[in-house]
Ligand binder design. Sequence first.
Ligand code: NAP
Length: 277
Amino acid sequence: MSKIIDGKKISLKIKDELKMEVEKLKVKPKLVVISVGDNPASKVYVGQKEKAANYIGIDYLHEHYDSISDDNLVKEIEKFNKDKSVDGIIVQLPLPDGMDEKRIVNTISCDKDVDGLTYLNAGLLINNRETLASCTPKGIMKLLEHEKVKIEGTNAVVVGRSILVGKPIANLLLNANATVTVCHSKTKDLAKITKKADILIAAIGKKHFITRDMVRHGSVVIDVGINRVDGKLYGDVDYDNVYDKVAKITPVPGGVGPMTVVMLMENVLLAYKNHHK
Ligand code: NAP
């Protein structure tokens, strides 16, 4: 088996499996993506979601607003919450400055919250209950599973504690019986901790922050970072210099990124199945 965890290849396989499943359905699952403003990265991510939905056969509706008040956006979401033809709703983040992201995201019905970001779904994850889990962490778990990486009993270190990535992946690893350490910007002696990791997850948002001296020989390194510098994408891990030291590693691009979109589609299908029970 290759040392490089090929997220692109794995995601394509899952995408084809989802497509085959959706082809058999009489009524198609439906995803609504809501975006506000003109964030260039968001435009790229929304485009990727549309492409994946179209490929799989998921009905896709993109509602875009140049600007909208919090109250009106809440009303729009409530409309989709009530619409029985809609299985999944996501609000593309970040919202423009000044909007109340927490209020808006938590307006989404938890059974349609395919990004897994509502308080309820996050709480279910902590309690190790079935839920629509946040897509990037779910994608990381799929990659580890695909590569047959043993999780139980290992030391897993997560660098980053965001609601989107760090906290949910720490909980998923804990649910899978790893011993998890979560690090952040106030952590002292970070390298001392990361060097003990059997599984190291880097979700920081700083180009090549994890250097060769910070990783353990034979560890599995998952690089979540997407850092755009001069039009090029870089991970949080100094891939070239870390590569020969580790057992497995995800590249950037082509590692975690492609899994995130496919896990969103998997969540839409999951929500659909729950709605059609
Ligand atoms: P975020 O909300 O900015 O969180 C970054 C985390 O890194 C914070 O917890 C922060 O600590 C920690 N951190 C910052 N500087 C640090 C330092 N010097 N030492 C240790 N920890 C440090 O970012 P995010 O949303 O989690 O995203 C992280 C990266 O993943 C970004 O590059 C993002 O673009 C990428 N991402 C990729 C995908 C994908 O699909 N591949 C999905 C989501 C995000 P504090 O909490 O103390 O500030």
